[in-house]
Design a protein around this ligand. Sequence first.
Ligand code: ZN
Length: 563
Amino acid sequence: MKFSEMPYKRPNIKEVVTKLEEFNQRFKAATSAEEQAELYRAYNDFSVDFNTNYWICSIRNTIDTRDEFYEAENAFFDENMPLISTKNVEIAKTLVESPYRSELEELLGAHLFELMECSLVINEKAIPFMQKENELVTEYSKLIATAEVPFRGKIYTLTQMAPLLQNTDRSFRREAYEAHIAFFEKHEAEFDRIYDELVQVRTEMAQALGFENFVELRYKLMNRTDYNRDDVAKYREKVLKSITPLAVELRKKQAERLGIDDMKYYDRSLSFADGNAIPQGDTQFIVDNAQKMYRELSPETGRFFDFMVENELMDLEAKPGKRSGGYCTSLNKYKAPFIFSNFNGSKGDIDVITHEAGHAFQNFMAQEMPFEEYIWPTYEAAEIHSMSMEFLTWPWMNLFFGADADKFRYSALTDAICFIPYGCTIDHFQHFVYENPGASPEERKAAYHEIELMYQPDLDYDNEFFTKGTWWFKQGHVFASPFYYIDYTLAQVCAFQYLLKSLDDREKTLEEYITLCRAGGSESFFKLLGIGNIENPMTSSVLEDITPRLLEVAQDLEEKSLR
Ligand code: ZN
């Protein structure tokens, strides 16, 4: 079914709640593991319908945040989803405490129970906090989505500004950068207030639920069953030792290529003095070539992309009122992934058609899982599929960039390397924030700047406002998805492994990758790494091991690009 034809109807929350309470009673009254397992299947079907309806609303709302109908529907869900979550938690509690637990684990899989145990941290005490949190996140998203940046006689959205920062003229770049910063500076008090309220409400929620602070609660809510904050801190140390120096070295080389001896922040997005690689066509050109690419890559990816095109499951172009960024979600009732993005004519558009499509492909491959919980894995694992697809599609980059394909590959690789220290900055900062909830907005900003200099010692904003420690205002995850950031860096290290392996043996690597996609979310992160034949970035020495080879590949691509 085409996305535009999928029906949406506001659910009757009272009926949904009654139905969920009935399920809970029936689970409790069941007299065998088989009976509970059978009921679980019916409960799963009910949830799939409810969630699909929710996602249709959410997608349509993000496509046009000015559409009043879906705006109201979205507010309705913001208000009611916490109640639904707590009803689901009550069911999870019944199942976790089931007298038939061990037989049930045999029938439904042990990982389902690990996930349900994580969800138990929430109860109805959390509802008012979650409602307030939802409102604040919506307020932040709207502030960003409706931003209008005047620059050289035109008005831009924040997303449309990004390619201007890749301009080959340094004074142009600087001017665009300053226009863009002016928006954040103008709204500084608003960003500070929204974030401060978010930190307070999350901390109060954690304490109401019996946690010392929000960190531990959030780890549970993110279903992190394999590692804790100390393991993450140790992993960030590894990054500091191996990736930070490599990123600094790459930026030194970049400065040499650009002929600049005082590399500033606004120079970072430009890889080559004569310009970055840009896609040689519009959205339709990109979609057509992506279709050719996915058909050639493998029969599975071909079937997947044809399905996306046929059912209009992608909304790609930037337009006024559209929420910023990109995401992939799914409408499981229709076994359909959905891709949302803001194309802006830069190389980033190709990242979307590979990154978000990587998520969508994984979702498509895992649609035969028996339960919705097993379709998407936890975030660190989910980003492996997307980030690896960016690399596995490298052989087709000439379709999009012609003779500049190596330039693109070089930028993609070096951007990915330089991203890791930044990702650790965002993660480290959030640990500071939620471990010190009493810190003032000014203290938070000071801490941010100190942390970012640790991971990126060569950072020079050449701007007072950002130097004060405000860069993260731009980073939506800090507001909307706390602690969802280290995940990208972990997945990036996994994607590097697939890249390096694919340079030696493309077929075998693709097979390992597809096996991982098929496994969906049926296991935890560490176990999925085993299924995908990937070394664990947290517990092994893989970071140190791959660093020299990454530099080698980058150097080789740089030479080819400059030839
Ligand atoms: Zn992603």
